[in-house]
Write a protein that binds this ligand. Structure first.
Ligand code: OOB
Length: 543
């Protein structure tokens, strides 16, 4: 098994410790602290279930013992694909307590993605819900176990059938291992990058806990806070900005919802007196609209974080008057760097910028195509390094060579403008990915799927502005002989077992792709031209 590691140069690690950022805490240690200090405080609310810190800790410990009894060994990786359910928390804190390393898949992922994540991480086990959001994970589990030889155990919450039932995977918590080294990898997140399948992002206890502890301060999260998890719990935004982990660290209450639609979420805000939550822009738009008619009392809501994709000023300026809470824009990435507008910023900054970095030790460079710094206020590529930004992906030398500079800066792929006061405005992406309502889709990955169809000769996938989603995807397809109906192509893709958000929203058939004089064209250039043509046509037909 390849070791999971994340290593900063020694002098920087020293500096981050000296500054008090990396405090040598672990996930298990902070849960234990809260379970000791406030055992009867409610930690997790899932529908009618309310788990206190004491109960969450007990469940985590008995699961930890259960996982180890199966023969799982500290340091091994476990793929976790669960929705917004209380068991997500007993599972991941159980894994932490056993020294096992969760790898977070999203509920929307299907066999193709889950297979890739399991192989890349050499996962020893897969943990999921029996079904969630209308999808049966038992079938996926069957295929995964048959395909990926490293997976020794499949553990499912609920009706586990032939698999191990999570609820039964418990044992007396005796002889649990000592807490792991806080500088070791605690878990792996997945990237939403531009090229190919998702990459694995190893995050350490030290670096990640710093990111949400500091986020708590910036967003005012305390033990009085009630955080609503409206986005998928496994995603980095609702996990750490300040998210459920920040809230559990502070000793506050985490409320789960499977649906983020205003009719359900507003009622939950009223019932649980939610104080803070995070949304992607399309959901924030729905909430703004619903506020005009919905009669639920959401006055407990103090802070709404919006991020994952650009929140346009025209919508941002309505948050305070319509929802009665403070807006914080958040521009973050699973690789590390997170920016927030601050609670005491003037409205103009909150509406027009995506905030500034969490840490005084976040180093931000805005550079031109030749990696030379541009002047403040000019557009350029955002590079960053700092106390919670990774230095490398797991087991991916090619991606590492592409995504990091020689001196350890992460190439975010975002084009931004930096103001003299360090606030950033996100202008777009340099690479070819589609940011569909905060879900990142790699054009290359979708093209690969299309090319696998026997009748597809070539394909190019581009992003198109969309009033509701921010961006949607359009695939240009050249057929070999018969033209394949868009609906048939879509259902063929669905059967390949890929996340539904990756199925192109629009499919356009062409006879040929333009080439240059020498007969060649880079895919990047091709996508750019096709996108321009599409937008020009749309404008023409609108005129
Ligand atoms: C968050 O994380 P990821 O890893 O799914 O995606 C990161 C990318 C960024 O590189 C950027 O392209 C885009 O998502 N993005 C934004 C944005 N926030 C993220 N683009 C424009 N405006 C924003 N406010 O999406 C994520 C992680 C932690 C906190 C918030 C979002």
């Amino acid at each position: 098994m390849k070791p999971a590691e994340q290593i900063w140069p020694a002098h920087l690690a020293e500096r981050y410790r000296a500054a008090g950022y990396w405090r040598g805490e672990t996930f298990s240690a902070f849960l234990r602290r809260n379970a000791t200090n406030r055992p009867d405080t409610v930690a997790i609310v899932d529908g009618g279930r309310r788990w206190t810190y004491g109960e969450l800790q007990r469940r985590a410990e008995t699961h930890a013992a259960g996982f180890l009894e199966l023969g799982l060994k500290p340091g091994e990786r476990v793929l976790v694909q669960m929705g917004n359910v209380a068991e997500f928390f007993s599972t991941v804190f159980g894994l932490f307590r056993a020294g096992l390393v969760p790898v977070y898949a999203l509920p929307a992922h299907r066999l193709t993605e889950v297979d890739h994540l399991a192989r890349r991480s050499e996962a020893a086990a897969y943990i999921a819900c029996d079904s969630y959001d209308g999808f049966d994970y038992r079938e996926l589990a069957r295929d995964l176990k048959a395909q990926v030889s490293t997976i020794r155990h499949v553990i499912l919450s609920g009706e586990a059938r032939e698999f191990i039932c999570l609820e039964d995977c418990v044992a007396e918590p005796v002889d649990l291992p000592a807490d792991p080294d806080p500088s070791s990898v605690a878990f792996m997140q997945i990237s939403g990058g531009s090229t190919g399948l998702p990459k694995l992002i190893p995050r350490t206890h030290d670096d990640y806990i710093y990111s949400f502890r500091a986020s708590n301060e910036i967003c005012g999260v305390t033990q009085e806070s009630v955080y609503l998890v409206a986005l998928p719990a496994a995603h980095n935004f609702p996990m750490s900005s300040p998210g459920h982990m920040g809230t559990l660290y502070a000793g506050g209450r985490v409320v789960l919802t499977r649906a983020a639609s205003p009719d359900i979420a507003f009622a939950l805000i009223e019932r649980e007196q939610v104080t803070i939550t995070g949304l992607v822009p399309p959901l924030a738009l729905l909430w703004l609209k619903a506020s005009e008619t919905n009669t639920a009392d959401i006055s407990s809501l103090e802070v709404l974080l919006v991020g994952g994709a650009k929140f346009l000023p025209e919508a941002a300026r309505h948050v305070k008057p319509k929802l009665g809470c403070q807006l914080q824009q958040v521009f973050g990435m699973a690789e590390g760097l997170v920016n927030y507008t601050r609670l005491d910023d003037p409205d103009d900054t909150v509406v027009h910028t995506q905030g500034r970095p969490i840490s005084p030790h976040d180093e931000v460079l805005v550079v031109d195509d030749g990696d030379q710094p541009v002047e403040d206020g000019s557009a350029g590529h955002l590079l960053t390094r700092g106390p919670y930004t990774i230095r490398a992906y797991h087991d991916d030398p090619a991606a590492n060579a592409r995504s990091f500079t020689m001196d350890g800066y992460y190439r975010t792929g975002d084009v931004v403008r930096k103001m003299p006061d360090s606030y950033l405005e996100v202008l777009g992406r340099a690479g070819d990915h589609i940011n569909r309502a905060g879900e990142k889709i790699s054009a290359e990955e979708v093209e690969d799927h299309l090319l696998a169809h026997p009748d597809v000769f070539d394909a190019a996938v581009v992003s198109v502005p969309d009033p509701a989603l921010g961006e949607r995807s359009c695939a240009f397809v050249l057929s070999k002989a018969e033209t394949i109906k868009p609906s048939a192509l879509k259902s063929w893709m669905r059967k390949r077992g890929i996340a539904a958000f990756k199925i192109p929203d629009q499919i356009v058939h062409l006879d040929r792709f333009e080439t240059t004089a020498v007969g060649k064209i880079s895919r990047k250039e091709l996508r750019a031209r096709l996108r321009e043509q599409l937008l020009a046509n749309d404008e023409e037909s609108a005129a």
